[in-house]
Structure formats: structure tokens, C-alpha cells
Design a protein around this ligand. Structure first.
Ligand SMILES: Cc1cc2nc3c(=O)[nH]c(=O)nc-3n(C[C@H](O)[C@H](O)[C@H](O)COP(=O)(O)OP(=O)(O)OC[C@H]3O[C@@H](n4cnc5c(N)ncnc54)[C@H](O)[C@@H]3O)c2cc1C
Length: 413
């Protein structure tokens, strides 16, 4: 048998993603005497970081108030409340700056490295881990864990065709949404909330939006079941996307999964306009003598609706002038604008960011230390937990926060 990693370790981190790296670096910086090992099953570390944010890595979000920050997490917000008082986006910014990476804030408060390159983030994490003496083994999968009654764990690790034994005093599971590791976590006594996708676009086939790919509306309000979200929306080749849709997909991740991604979506193209107010504006347009002989299709009543979309939303009226529209048609138009019904036929992929909701039950973890309340010496960080945020840097932030807390606790012998 190879003598590769047969040594005993103080800390083994399963998963070479942002949560695992952040924890390992923090732990090593606090306690340089510890022997720390990161196991990464794929052939490169920090794979998701490298492809994140469209290759730019949306590191965090410029929201520095923990009470507000937690409102961006459909799952896990409450558990993160205290954690964010210990390590929040401001600390992330400082951490990266102290380690030589400056971040910038964009108009929508998303924060990126000034290089606009995700590689900058992966490089600094790899560099700092090495610098702090953390050992990293790629192509190495944690495949079994056995608790030792006197303390610590016996691990079974696979590298290629070899299966290697390994022992550690403490174990951090930071394996993201990996399904096989979830089984290991279950075997250690933990409950797993059923994983389902979050952050996706809606497939909608409807003649009102047909051929309008690329058309954006600055502020719509979307309703689905009891859920409501407002914000920009983008029409795509396959249906609907943009921040309002992604937020709704995150909050509705479980409902939509249960409904097999079929549901009715109500769209208010005018944001928060009420039916009566809209009807009044439409009536005024009709009464306006200058408008009487102008086509409804080419003379929009609302500047916030792009003309091509307006044309398709008003198509049911036909080629009429404003002066010729009936009361019933005016009302139907107001309904169309404030409560248009669209059928969601499936989910599409949001390429810039996607996450899994579900994971380790949060009641079973102490959020001061990220230690398991069930199995001693076992810790968790990152997406393996039942935490997920909306798009905008919130998912990495929960990895930085939980990784930092775990790393701090792991450093205490
Ligand atoms: C395309 C894309 C873009 C994204 N963009 C953003 C963004 O810009 N901003 C943002 O906030 N979030 C973004 N996210 C979400 C973000 O990437 C995740 O929330 C984050 O990576 C979670 O970090 P993690 O360390 O918990 O897990 P991961 O990054 O998934 O890392 C876990 C690691 O563990 C390894 N592993 C799994 N099982 C084992 C095992 N048994 N043994 C050893 N290793 C194992 C995996 O190979 C992986 O490398 C994006 C996600 C995707 C998919």
C-alpha cells in the first residue's frame, strides 16, 4: 500500500471549495502547529469559484447589516444571524484586502475582484493555504468515515484505484452539494433536508413574449402561490429570467420542485401599479383627443414597458385607435398589464450562478463553532448545510462565514 497520506492528521477538511479553503487557512493561521489536510475529489481545487459569476466571481454583497443580510437567504437566514455578527461581508472585504485582493462594488451592490477574474480569488486561496502549511490532495475522495470512541475519526480515502486509511482528530465536511458525501453525513447521525435546485429561470412558451428575447423590464412584480417578488425581468429565448425570476425561483424552490416545475405565474408589468390606477391612466389616454386617432399598438400608455412588448401585450385588441377602444377592452388591458397570467412549463438554467437548497439540518449544528451537535469533533461549512441565498454573492458569503467560524473553532485543540 502506498504510504501516501497514511499519517495522522489534526484536521482533515473534506472538500477543496471556498468553504473548505477558508476554514483550513483560518485554522492554520491561528494554530500553525496543526497538521491540516484538504481532500479534493476532482483534479482541481476551487472549481466552482473559477466558473462563478460568469468567470468574474461575485465574492460577496455590499450589505453590512446582519439583520438585513439574512433576508437574502430563503433557507438558513435565522441560523446565520449570529454568525454574521462574527464574520460578515465587511470582514470578507477586509480579509481579501489584507491578503492582497481588492474588491469593487457594482451598481447593484454585488462585489467582484477589481481584476474581474475569478482566477484571482482561486489563486489567493490556493496561495494562502500553501503559505500557511495546509496540505492539499487533489483527485482524492473521502468515501467512508468511522468515529473512534476515544475521539477522532478513521477515514477511508480513495485516490484512483487505491483505497487509503487515514486518521484525524477533527473532521470538517465542506463537500458542497455532493450527494455521496451526504450519505456519509447521514451515517454520522445527521438528518439531511432533501436537496433540490434553487436559482433557475422559468420556461414559458407564450405568444405575448414570443420573439422578444433580450427585452427587459426594469421593475415587474411576480406572484406565484403565496410568493411575491419584484425587480427587473428579462425575456429570453426559453421564457423568463432576470433578478425577479431568480429570486422567486429561490424562495419557491421547494414548491416548484413539488409541482414538477409547472405553475401559474402572475406578472404585473408595471411593478406595483394597482388595477384601478392603471385603468384610470388607460382611460385618460383614451379621452385625450390628441390620441384618438393614434394606434394603441404604437402609442404606449406606460414608458416603462418597451414598445415591442407593449405591441404584443395589446395584440388582443387588434389594430384599433385609442379613441375606438371599448370599456371592456380597456379593463382587459389593465388586467393584462397588472396581472397577466403565464404558465411556467419547466425550469431553465441560470448560467452565472446556481445552488442547491437542502443539506445538513441546521438545528443539528452549533453556529458559533459550526460543530455538529450530534457527533463530537465533526464540523460543517458551506453548501453542504441547508443554507442558500439568492443570487448576488450571498452564497459565497455563507461559505466564507461558516468556513471562517469552523476554522476558528478547529484551531482550538
Ligand atoms: C456556475 C456557478 C456560478 C456561481 N457563481 C456564484 C457567484 O458568483 N457568487 C456566489 O455567491 N455564489 C456563486 N455560486 C454558488 C457557489 O459556487 C457555491 O455556493 C459555493 O461554491 C459553495 O462552496 P462550498 O465550498 O460549500 O462547496 P463547493 O464549491 O461545491 O466545493 C465543494 C468541493 O468538495 C469536493 N468534494 C465533494 N465531495 C467530496 C468528497 N467526498 N471528497 C473530497 N472532495 C469532495 C467537490 O469536488 C468540490 O470541489 C455559483 C455556483 C455555480 C454552479
Amino acid at each position: 500500500m502506498s504510504n501516501y497520506i497514511t499519517t495522522k492528521w489534526d484536521v482533515v477538511v473534506a472538500g477543496g471549495g471556498p468553504a473548505g479553503f477558508f476554514a483550513a487557512i483560518r485554522c492554520a493561521e491561528l494554530n500553525p502547529d496543526l497538521r491540516i489536510l484538504i481532500l479534493e475529489k476532482s483534479t482541481q481545487t476551487l472549481g466552482k469559484v473559477l466558473i462563478s459569476g460568469g468567470g468574474r466571481c461575485n465574492v460577496t454583497h455590499a450589505c453590512f447589516d446582519p439583520a438585513q443580510l439574512i433576508t437574502y437567504y430563503p433557507r438558513g437566514g435565522m441560523a446565520l444571524r449570529g454568525a454574521f455578527t462574527r464574520f460578515q461581508p465587511l470582514d470578507t472585504v477586509k480579509w481579501f484586502e489584507t491578503h492582497g485582493v481588492k474588491l469593487k462594488t457594482e451598481a447593484d451592490n454585488r462585489m467582484f475582484p477589481i481584476t474581474d477574474s475569478a482566477k484571482t480569488i482561486a489563486d489567493i486561496l490556493n496561495f494562502e493555504a500553501k503559505n500557511a502549511g495546509v496540505k492539499v490532495h487533489i483527485g482524492t475522495t473521502l468515501q467512508n468515515v468511522e468515529k473512534i470512541s476515544k475521539g477522532g475519526f478513521r477515514l477511508e480515502v480513495r485516490k484512483g484505484t487505491e483505497v487509503l486509511p487515514l486518521q484525524t482528530k477533527k473532521l470538517l465536511i465542506a463537500t458542497g452539494s455532493d450527494s455521496k458525501t451526504r450519505e456519509i453525513v447521514r451515517s454520522l447521525g445527521h438528518t439531511i433536508e432533501e436537496p433540490v435546485p434553487s436559482l433557475f429561470t422559468f420556461n414559458v412558451k407564450d405568444k405575448r413574449i414570443d420573439g422578444l428575447a433580450g427585452v427587459a423590464v426594469e421593475n415587474v412584480t411576480l406572484k406565484m402561490d403565496s410568493l411575491t417578488q419584484s425587480g427587473p425581468m428579462l425575456i429570453t429565448h426559453w421564457g423568463l429570467s432576470g433578478p425577479a425570476v431568480l429570486r422567486l425561483s429561490a424562495w419557491g424552490a421547494r414548491v416548484l420542485f413539488d409541482k414538477k416545475y409547472r405553475s401559474t405565474l402572475t406578472v404585473n408589468w408595471l411593478g406595483n401599479y394597482k388595477l384601478d390606477a392603471t385603468l384610470e391612466i388607460l382611460q385618460r389616454n383614451k379621452n385625450w383627443t390628441e390620441n384618438a386617432r393614434k394606434k394603441i399598438a404604437t402609442q404606449p400608455a406606460f414608458s416603462q414597458i418597451p414598445i415591442r412588448l407593449w405591441k404584443q401585450l395589446t395584440e388582443f385588441i387588434g389594430d384599433k385607435n385609442w379613441g375606438d377602444i371599448s370599456k371592456a377592452e380597456l379593463r382587459k388591458l389593465a388586467e393584462e398589464l397588472t396581472a397577466g397570467q403565464f404558465e411556467i412549463l419547466g425550469k431553465g438554467q441560470f448560467k452565472e450562478e446556481f445552488v442547491t437548497c437542502g443539506g445538513v439540518n441546521l438545528d443539528e449544528v452549533d453556529f458559533k463553532t459550526m460543530q455538529s451537535r450530534i457527533t463530537e469533533d465533526l464540523f460543517f461549512a458551506g453548501e453542504v448545510l441547508d443554507i442558500d441565498g439568492i443570487t448576488g454573492g450571498f452564497n459565497f458569503q455563507s461559505s466564507w462565514t461558516t468556513g471562517w467560524l469552523a476554522g476558528s473553532a478547529l484551531a482550538n485543540e
